[in-house]
Design a protein around this ligand. Structure first.
Ligand SMILES: [Zn+2]
Ligand SMILES: [Zn+2]
Length: 330
C-alpha cells in the first residue's frame, strides 16, 4: 500500500509500505478520502515540526471502509463505512474524569501526534470510529470532521431558532458554522473581506455583510446587537470587533485559534454582561450530529479540488486557494 510521509519543509515522500496488521482494539481501514485542514497547512509550512516529528504520516479529515478488525474488537465488520474522531484522550485526567475528554489535559491528536490518514491502509483504535450511512458519498464524508467542529461551535453557543448570529470569517469553518447555524433555524450573516469568499458564501444563499460590519449589525438588530457572534478568523481586528456586535447577555464563541495575545474590549464584556465561550474540536455527539446533518447540507459545493495520493504535493499547493481539497488515498 502507498503512504505519503511528510518530511518537513513542504516535502512529502511516497513509500510502498507493507500491509499493517491491526493490534488489539484496532481496526484496519481502507482510507477513501482525506481532506487538508488549516492545521495540515501549518504542518506543511514547517510550523509544527517539533510536535509532528517528521518523517510522519499526517491527515485527520477522513472517510474509509473497515478492512480488517483486530483482536477484541466487536461491533465492526469489514465493509462498514466509517470516519474517525481523531482525539486520543487519556481517560484519567481531571478533564476526562469530568466528562470533557475532548479537552483532555494530555490530549493526543491522531494525525498530528500519531500517524494519520494520508495512506491507503490505516490502523486506528476502534473506539474512535463513527459509523457512516452507506449512502453518504465517501468524498463528502471526509468533511464530517470539520462539520463536527461547526456542530460543536454552534452547540457551545446555545443558539436557538430565530436568533440572530454573526459569523466573522468566511473560510471553510466559518461557512460550515453558518450552515449549521442556519440549519438550527437561526438568522445568519457572515462578515468576510475576501471578494472570492464573499461570492462563494453568497452563492450558497448565505447573507454577507458589507465593509462596515458593526454598522450593518446595528441596523439589522435595531441597535440591540446579535444574539451570538462566532469568531472564526483568529485575526486581531475581529477580536476587537466581536464585542461590539453582541447584544446584552449575548454569547461570543471563540472558534479561531489565536496563537498570540490580542486586545479584547473587556469593558464591553462587563457592561453588556457578555459571555466569551471557548470552543475546541468536538465531542462524540458533535460527530453524530454532523453525520445526521451532512445529507441536508451543500457539502459538495465546498469541495474545491480532488487529488490522488501520488499528487499530495500538488494538493497542498492548491489547498489555500480553495475551500476544501480532498486526497483519494486508496
Ligand atoms: Zn482539521
Ligand atoms: Zn485526559
Amino acid at each position: 500500500m502507498t503512504a505519503a510521509r511528510y518530511l518537513g519543509n513542504h516535502a512529502f515522500a511516497l513509500e510502498d509500505a507493507p500491509v499493517p496488521q491491526p493490534a488489539a482494539g484496532e481496526v484496519r481501514l481502507r482510507v477513501a478520502w482525506c481532506g487538508i485542514c488549516g492545521t495540515d497547512m501549518h504542518i506543511f509550512h514547517g510550523k509544527m515540526d517539533a510536535r509532528v516529528k517528521p518523517p510522519q504520516i499526517i491527515g485527520h479529515e477522513m472517510s474509509g471502509i473497515v478492512d480488517a478488525v483486530g483482536p477484541g474488537v466487536t461491533g465492526w465488520s469489514p465493509g462498514d463505512h466509517v470516519t474517525v474522531r481523531p482525539l486520543d484522550s487519556c481517560g484519567v485526567c481531571a478533564a476526562c474524569r469530568a466528562g470533557h475528554s475532548h479537552v483532555c489535559m494530555r490530549l493526543k491528536f491522531v494525525g498530528i501526534d500519531s500517524p494519520g490518514a494520508f495512506q491507503g491502509l490505516w490502523c486506528v483504535q476502534a473506539r474512535l470510529l463513527h459509523r457512516l450511512p452507506a449512502d453518504l458519498p465517501l468524498d463528502l464524508a471526509a468533511l464530517i470532521e470539520p462539520l463536527a467542529v461547526a456542530c460543536h461551535d454552534v452547540r457551545r453557543s446555545r443558539l436557538a431558532a430565530g436568533e440572530k448570529a454573526v459569523v466573522l470569517g468566511g473560510g471553510p469553518i466559518g461557512i460550515l458554522v453558518a450552515l449549521v447555524a442556519r440549519a438550527a433555524g437561526a438568522q445568519v450573516r457572515i462578515s468576510e473581506i475576501d471578494a472570492g469568499r464573499r461570492a462563494f458564501a453568497t452563492a450558497l444563499g448565505l447573507e454577507v455583510l458589507g465593509a462596515d460590519t458593526a454598522a450593518e449589525v446595528e441596523a439589522w438588530t435595531d441597535g440591540a446587537g446579535a444574539d451570538v457572534v462566532f469568531e472564526c478568523t483568529a485575526a486581531a481586528p475581529c477580536a476587537a470587533l466581536m464585542t461590539q456586535l453582541a447584544r446584552v447577555r449575548g454569547r461570543i464563541v471563540l472558534v479561531g485559534i489565536f496563537t498570540q495575545p490580542v486586545q479584547i474590549d473587556l469593558f464591553r464584556v462587563f457592561w453588556r454582561e457578555l459571555e466569551l465561550l471557548g470552543a475546541r474540536v468536538y465531542e462524540a455527539a458533535d460527530f453524530e450530529q454532523a453525520i445526521a446533518l451532512a445529507p441536508s447540507l451543500p457539502l459538495d459545493r465546498l469541495v474545491s479540488g480532488r487529488f490522488a495520493l501520488t499528487e499530495i504535493g500538488g494538493a497542498f499547493a492548491a489547498a489555500p486557494t480553495g475551500m476544501k481539497t480532498l486526497v483519494a488515498c486508496s
